[in-house]
Design a protein around this ligand. Sequence first.
Ligand SMILES: [Zn+2]
Length: 264
Amino acid sequence: MTDVRRSALSLRAAMLLCVVGALAACSRPGGTTTPTATGAPSASATVTPSPTPSPSPTFDKLAHPLDDPTSIWVVVNKTFPLNPADWVPPDLVAMPGIPEGAKYQLRAPAADALTRLSDAAAAAGAGFKITSAYRSYTYQKGLYDPRARDRGVAVADRTTARPGYSEHQTGLATDIYDTVACRLQECFGGTAAGTFVVAHAWEYGFVIRYPQDKEGVTGYVWEPWHLRYVGTELAKAMHDSGAATLEEFFGLPPAPDYPPDPGA
Ligand SMILES: [Zn+2]
């Protein structure tokens, strides 16, 4: 009886080990752990035949339209303006749960996700505040026109979207900041909040829309503070694929500049 009892205890101990955290050691291929692309197939003798893993096998790139302003996947850049140009999101809400967020609005799903991202950042000692979110066509015109007039169209186009071409008009984009010194500055990328969103924004459905060294694709210089909500499915698929921009992920043409004015 002693041997039987000892065997039973050993089995229980082994099961407990599995439960406590040695999941990688206990799970079988095709089990519940998320497939990753980091390792070569192991030579374990216990491997059973399983389907060959492929990246995001169930991801449907056609699940949401890219040209419909109501779609959370809408792509707005210097090639693809909003259509209609003066579109207004129907579900804008303020974000009182985020520092300074009561003054700004996003579409409801984006506002909810940003509030959760803000809570997680604050809990990690990397809290942020909002300095911009939804901007109307008229507001954007008020930003762009004086800048183009004073500094020239070429300079204005590098930093400020033309009205009807701003992602902020979708109600899915926000600018966040940590310290005033790095507000809307590249140095935001080196702050605690900037580092946190690079690592975790995708988990809440956001992407850094204008990454470093992608001006030739997105049309904008690096903006580590500009977050775009695309939903968790797309954000995860982009994260897993390594694609840095919406244009590259969806195979869209680069949009470094506005098309030439046919009337010019
Ligand atoms: Zn922005």
